[in-house]
Design a protein around this ligand. Structure first.
Ligand code: XIL
Length: 302
């Protein structure tokens, strides 16, 4: 199906599992045509001390992807989470922090120049009601940090597709309305933002988002590409047959949405096996969010 539309199918990759688990490694190489580093391109990993950059783990994944003819989604440059302590444990003025952000983006994007297909430049900048999230970036730099980040990323790698990425923006709602309004406004101002990423973290306790196709299409109609960037569908454990069916329906709704919108470039799952999956560590009592179980057996959703 994907080959017909040009849509790519990807997964987030846990680089320690990639190094240590041969079954995992074989599946990443065989099942997907794009990969996203789950953690190793984040700020706390790549710039653990101010001005000292470490791309060792990310380079390993980029080399794996090249060997398997896969494209890489870079993730992520500007976020409020997984920041190093040197950045969060002191106060900054705008005049101090702006060059820190600029240097981080130019160095990281520059390091991978020509090898990253798409960058999640800004991640999770909005609240559910459509207001901007109260982060170090907004507090110190004001809302212009978003435009700056896209300009610097574009300067460092003009060919990478630059994404704004967030959760709960799969369907039409106040948050996706706000993202749409901001991105269309930035593009009118000439800011190089080309695409929107809907993370796609669903939960079988809650309804499947409504208006997925309508939402992705409005971005397409405004000249933007899109992607499902972090799909998973979790449940309260243990999972029964109804939840298993609901999981299949959730994955299907997102996959069909992407297949039905020509400008939806890729469908990426946030881990493909429950053996290495972030949900149990973050959502107490929940899990079983991936397409394969912890023994690499495909579930009905697969
Ligand atoms: C998660 C990883 O999966 C975890 O391993 C890590 O401990 C925390 O971050 N939205 C995002 C991702 O954009 O970067 C997050 O990844 C999941 C939510």
């Amino acid at each position: 199906l994907a080959a017909h539309t040009g849509m790519r199918v990807g997964t987030a990759v846990d680089t320690s599992a990639l190094a240590n688990d041969a079954t995992y490694r074989a599946a990443v190489g065989a099942e997907f045509d794009t990969v996203t580093p789950e953690n190793v391109m984040k700020w706390e990993v790549v710039e653990p001390e101010q001005g000292r950059f470490d791309f060792t783990q990310a380079d390993t994944l980029v080399a794996f992807a090249r060997a398997h003819k896969q494209k890489v989604r870079g993730h992520t440059l500007v976020w409020h989470s997984q920041l190093p302590a040197w950045l969060t444990s002191r106060s900054w003025t705008a005049a101090e922090l702006r060059p820190v952000l600029r240097e981080h983006i130019l160095t990281e994007v520059g390091h991978f120049r020509g090898r990253i297909w798409a960058w999640d430049v800004v991640n999770e900048a909005f609240n559910e009601d459509g207001s901007l999230r109260d982060t170090i970036w907004l507090q110190v730099l004001g809302p212009s940090y978003i435009a700056d980040a896209f300009r610097w990323a574009h300067q460092a790698d003009p060919k990478a597709i630059l994404f704004y990425n967030d959760f709960n923006i799969e369907g039409v709602n106040p948050k996706s309305d706000a993202v749409f309004a901001l991105l269309t406004q930035l593009r009118r101002q000439g800011v190089p933002v080309q695409a929107v990423g809907a993370q796609g973290h669903l939960d079988t306790q809650f309804p499947i988002p409504t208006g997925i196709v309508q939402n992705l299409r409005r971005f397409a109609d405004a000249g933007m590409d899109s992607a499902i960037t972090e799909a998973d569908v979790r449940s309260v454990l243990p999972v029964d047959a109804t939840e298993s069916a609901a999981q299949s329906a959730g994955y299907s709704a997102m996959l069909q949405g992407c297949l039905l919108v020509r400008r939806c470039l890729s469908f990426t799952v946030w881990g493909f096996t429950d053996k290495y999956q972030w949900v149990p560590g973050v959502f107490a009592g929940e899990g079983s969010a991936a397409l394969w179980d912890e023994n690499f057996r495909p579930k009905p959703a697969y």
